[in-house]
Design a protein around this ligand. Sequence first.
Ligand SMILES: Nc1ncnc2c1ncn2[C@@H]1O[C@H](COP(=O)(O)OP(=O)(O)OP(=O)(O)O)[C@@H](O)[C@H]1O
Length: 226
Amino acid sequence: MSLELSNVTLTYPDGDGVVTALDRVSVRVAPGEVTAVVGPSGSGKSSLLAVAATLIRPDSGTVRVGGTDTLGLRPRETAELRLAEVGIVFQQPNLISSLTAVEQLVVTGHMRSRPVREARASAMETLAAVGLSGKEHRRPHQLSGGERQRVNIARALAGRPSALLVDEPTAALDHDRGARVMELVGEATRTFGVATLLVTHDTEHLGAAGRVLEMRDGRLGAPAPA
Ligand SMILES: Nc1ncnc2c1ncn2[C@@H]1O[C@H](COP(=O)(O)OP(=O)(O)OP(=O)(O)O)[C@@H](O)[C@H]1O
């Protein structure tokens, strides 16, 4: 199931006027594909992710996640769809310091009303898929920065979403760890067949992306030649 934004416009109130954060943006991400969006600060990247995640409702356009037209849904239905179909990887892992890696994933399974035994088995499988076999029972302080980011990615994938939305995954990492996390996003995207939309300032590690687009003043297009 893909992620599809079509002709999306988003404005924020700004004094007496408005700021246009997204200006008729269209993008379709197929399952198993990473689309990276680069662009300067303030160009609209976070707004794009928030709209794709159904966290912000745009002024106009359509947002389809896993085949569902999300703008036709009631707020409660939107929240349910988000829980089932959208995985979000924030820049900071935001892991709970007292929980082990496997427990971080089980907690989100609980939010989806999954039985604990089933959530645990699925969590172990997901952690293995992101290369954390043998480290499932470690707490965040017993993991490296790159490993914490792996748990973060695994947690976003634990509910087997259709769409994976990734915000600056390399921002807190050095060059080599950043490269490995980007490779992991590419591998996980293929393994789990998710449609991944990733925004980043980091133009060094875009090899994992099947496609790179550039955001400029709220408009999305092909990147300018280097
Ligand atoms: N809640 C808000 N209210 C008013 N304006 C906002 C709000 N959030 C963002 N904006 C404005 O919308 C535009 C796009 O912001 P956005 O955060 O999407 O950019 P960005 O590309 O993610 O930036 P950065 O790389 O710095 O995170 C900017 O002009 C910003 O000032």
